[in-house]
Design a protein around this ligand. Structure first.
Ligand code: ADP
Length: 196
């Protein structure tokens, strides 16, 4: 069975930078955020279930999901969030499992910002946390997305606290230097993972 590495970290920690590096080494990366978007694409059964559960307002005129309206709705109503997650989480999980099993690289990575929060780490054999101080997270994420500091702060608050993730992760790379420094640490880990 192919070794599955779970890769996580808070917003702006450097998960995508790390994933991209692993991809350059020929490792297949399954991105939980991308899967979450794929399962609600037009024509997918999951989108039909959301439509049935919430009504016509969840669809745009072109039949695609009105993400903004849905986001605002579940933000106001925790019960609605639960209903949505009961529909989406099993579909996301199934698709992740399928994509992990289809990978042909020496090992495979599942990258997810909410790896521990959503129990996706249970789909993996080993976990790697890309860690950064909150200050760096805010600096990097605001430069990348142009989001306000308050918005990023809110996202950080909604994620599992850094210390808790440090306790749960099998490996930790502190991404507090240049990208070359990050790659240097990843290279050593990659050599180990190749032997798993
Ligand atoms: P995440 O996927 O965890 O949200 P990213 O990998 O997208 O984070 O990193 C956030 C931003 O910071 C990106 O623009 C990325 O290029 C940059 N970045 C990540 N790590 C470093 C680093 N060590 N030095 C400089 N910039 C970095």
């Amino acid at each position: 069975m192919t070794f599955i590495l779970g890769l996580t970290g808070g917003i702006g920690s450097g998960k995508s930078a790390a994933s991209t590096w692993f991809e350059t080494q020929g490792i297949t990366v399954v991105d939980a955020d991308i899967v979450a978007r794929e399962v609600v694409e037009k024509g997918q059964a999951t989108l039909q279930q959301i439509h049935t559960a919430f009504g016509d307002w969840v669809l745009l005129e072109n039949g695609e999901l009105n993400r903004r309206a849905l986001r605002e709705h579940i933000f106001k109503d925790p019960n609605a969030r639960q209903i949505l997650e009961q529909i989406t989480h099993p579909a996301i999980r199934q698709s992740i499992i399928h994509q992990l099993q289809s990978a042909t690289s020496p090992y495979v990575i599942l990258v997810s910002p909410l790896l521990f929060e959503t129990n996706q780490h249970k789909l993996t054999h080993h976990t790697l946390l890309i860690d950064a101080t909150e200050e760096l997270q805010i600096q990097r994420a605001s430069q990348r997305d142009g989001q306000s500091i308050e918005q990023i702060h809110k996202i950080i608050q909604a994620q599992m606290p850094r210390q808790q993730k440090q306790q749960l992760a099998d490996d930790i790379v502190l991404n507090d230097g240049h990208l070359e420094h990050l790659y240097h640490h990843l290279k050593a880990l990659h050599q180990r993972y190749l032997k798993c």
